[in-house]
Design a protein around this ligand. Structure first.
Ligand code: ZN
Ligand code: ZN
Length: 621
């Protein structure tokens, strides 16, 4: 098909070859054209050779070793050709070879142009090679490219991505004419180094913002766990006249999932449907995940059902299985695990974490053990420490403490704090205080920055009546400066997310909330004989203080706020950052009965659906 007439005039051979090259779309065709070029002695003609080389280094179908051979065959490659081969190496698995070629380019005395540096800097970025980047920076200045925004942006990108914000800032401040790309790189580089505040400052200073700048900041905020801020930026972005792109939407859906902000999540879904945003794998998975984490299983199922089969990859199936797990629906999780395989999707190790977790939360001991075994025997997957953690949790919760201890002994890796933590929790649930206090003491040593470890140990001592030891643990924690993360609960009413911190006083409705909590406590005492259980609380408080502190737990503030601000009978949805405490769990059950309200609470670990005085976790969490 690709034949050149060897006897045609040179001019027409050149034109035909160029046309063939321009229409070439794969390496097989390219090699045929190259063979013809050698036959017709046009392979060294500069324009054709350049075109040939560009195609060999194409990111779509190129072949780098072949490109290198073509390059070696060119007697005196020009700047464009050097740039093409340097670029190909900087994008390859061996970006360091780009530097080697650059040295050869220097020794051949071929002049640079403004494209040479960005390609080299790309190699620096891929290798996180700060030293080389600094040398190139010197050359950029020396060779007169110090005001070329293209080269400077490439440098900025390297500094920002290598996490060297000092150099990035210095360079940024000295760029004579910054374009929108320079600003976006700065926002992205700050955010990546975890400094969201400075990124926000750069963003505010930006004279012209584009979709990329808004999206970078939104994604960064979500990654940094500042979901409320990300959502409010989403509204600002639209007020400024920008449409949300797919990346921003996926990030914002994650923010909604983190906050349990169902209303905003629904709104984003509506936005996707009404603005023709393509529901690709990423958005499909983000939507399913958002509905699951916001406790709306029905909608999650509906979205999943509408995904095309090629969009249902292992991640979205795993998200569904994990969704069933956190809602305590172990049997459904297992059904979906089997269904996924019937549809030809092979589970990966994250799927196993989800399905083992499902077995653990639902107390499906036999099924969990079988699945764990099958990882090696059927699926050729080596269980990781996370899978062992799930198994210790599963056995421990079911009261099989000896079996859990045996499994820890047999583990091929050293048990970490998570494994010991799971066993300690089991000791606490099943009142094995002796072993519990031994593990607790070990955990306080190996995981000394984690406030939860001290609290677990103090709680175990207290449960045994060892008050002195409990107080000592508490004192040790204080002396080491380990602080307890504040309990935080959020609730969305009329599209606005309200966050409550334990003991918070400055909410505009705080007086009403306290009054409501007082009424609730009186009603629970009168109708149900409820007395606050204070055993989960720290021990250096007097009993009365404990009761007050308990009454101001963030989830209670959020529920009271929900009762005041939503219509009777409406389900109250609360998201808490920590595990729900025993007392709040009891109170939520009682409120669900006395006030005839469904309460859906997501804590750090799972969902609790409170209805008619019961919880879906069957008090097993
Ligand atoms: Zn509580
Ligand atoms: Zn529960």
């Amino acid at each position: 098909m690709f034949t050149l007439k060897a006897d045609s005039p040179l001019q027409s051979t050149w034109a035909q070859t160029m046309s063939l090259l321009e229409n070439c779309s794969n390496m097989k065709q390219l090699k045929e054209i190259h063979a013809q070029m050698i036959k017709t002695e046009t392979a060294t003609e500069p324009k054709l050779a350049t075109k040939l080389l560009t195609l060999c280094t194409s990111p779509h179908f190129g072949d780098l070793p072949y490109a290198q051979r073509v390059f070696n065959g060119i007697t005196r490659p020009n700047t464009f050709m050097w740039n093409a081969i340097i670029r190909a190496y900087s994008n390859s698995k061996e970006p360091e070879l780009a530097f080697l070629l650059y040295q050869q380019m220097l020794s051949s005395s071929v002049p640079h142009n403004s494209y040479t540096f960005p390609f080299l800097l790309k190699a620096c970025r891929n290798l996180s090679a700060m030293g080389e980047a600094l040398q190139i920076h010197g050359l950029v200045i020396k060779l007169g490219f110090g005001s070329d925004v293209f080269a400077l942006n490439a440098l900025l990108h390297v500094y920002a991505l290598c996490g060297d914000i000092y150099y990035a800032r210095q360079l940024f401040d000295n760029i004579p004419v910054r374009d929108v790309v320079s600003w976006n790189i700065m926002i992205d580089g700050y955010i990546k180094s975890g400094d969201v505040k400075t990124a926000y400052g750069v963003f505010l200073d930006m004279p012209l913002k584009n979709v990329v700048s808004w999206t970078s900041l939104i994604s960064g905020l979500v990654e940094a766990g500042q979901s409320v801020e990300a959502l409010s930026l989403c509204y600002e972005m639209q007020n400024a006249g920008f449409e949300l792109d797919g990346i921003a939407i996926a990030s914002l859906l994650t923010a909604c999932a983190n906050l349990g902000a169902l209303d905003q999540g629904r709104w984003l879904h509506f936005y996707v449907l009404n603005n023709g945003v393509d529901v690709d794998r990423v958005i499909g998975c983000a939507l399913v995940n958002m509905y699951l984490k916001c406790g709306d299983m029905e909608e999650a199922l509906r979205v999943f059902g509408k995904l095309k089969s090629d969009q249902k990859d292992v991640y979205v199936w795993t998200a569904m299985i994990d969704g069933f797990a956190i809602h305590g629906l172990g049997v459904e999780a297992l059904e979906w695990f089997n269904r996924m395989q019937r549809e030809g999707i092979r589970p990966n190790s994250i799927t196993f974490t989800a399905v083992l977790r499902a077995c653990s939360y639902a107390g499906l001991v036999g099924e969990g053990k079988e699945l764990f075994e099958s990882m090696t025997s059927l699926y050729n997957l080596i269980p990781s420490i996370e899978h062992y953690g799930c198994m210790v949790d599963l056995l421990g919760r079911a009261g099989l403490l000896d079996e859990a201890k045996e499994l820890i002994k047999k583990m091929p890796m050293k048990p970490n704090a998570v494994i010991w933590g799971a066993l300690l929790k089991a000791c606490w649930i099943h009142r094995d205080f002796l072993v519990g206090s031994q593990i607790g003491a070990h955990l306080v040593e190996v995981d000394s920055d984690h406030s939860g470890r001290y609290i677990q140990l103090a709680t175990i001592f207290a449960a045994e009546g060892k008050w002195k030891e409990a107080a000592e643990v508490r004192l040790k924690m204080k002396n080491l400066g380990v602080s307890i993360p504040p309990g935080k609960s959020s609730i969305t009413v009329n599209g606005v997310v309200h966050e409550f911190l334990a003991g918070q006083q400055d909410h505009p409705q705080m007086e009403k909330i306290h009054l409501k909590l007082k009424q609730i406590a009186e009603r629970l005492r009168r109708d149900e004989g409820y007395e606050p259980s204070t055993k989960d609380l720290l021990l250096d408080l007097e009993n009365e203080e404990k009761e007050t502190a308990m009454a101001q737990h963030s989830e209670k503030l959020a529920i009271a706020f929900g009762l005041i601000n939503t219509k009777p009978g409406m389900t109250i949805r609360v998201i808490k950052n920590l595990r729900v405490c025993e007392d709040c769990h009891v109170v939520a059950k009682l409120i669900s009965q006395i006030y005839c309200r469904g309460i859906i609470m997501r804590d750090r670990v799972r969902f609790h659906h409170f209805r008619n005085g019961n919880c879906s976790c069957k008090d097993y969490w």
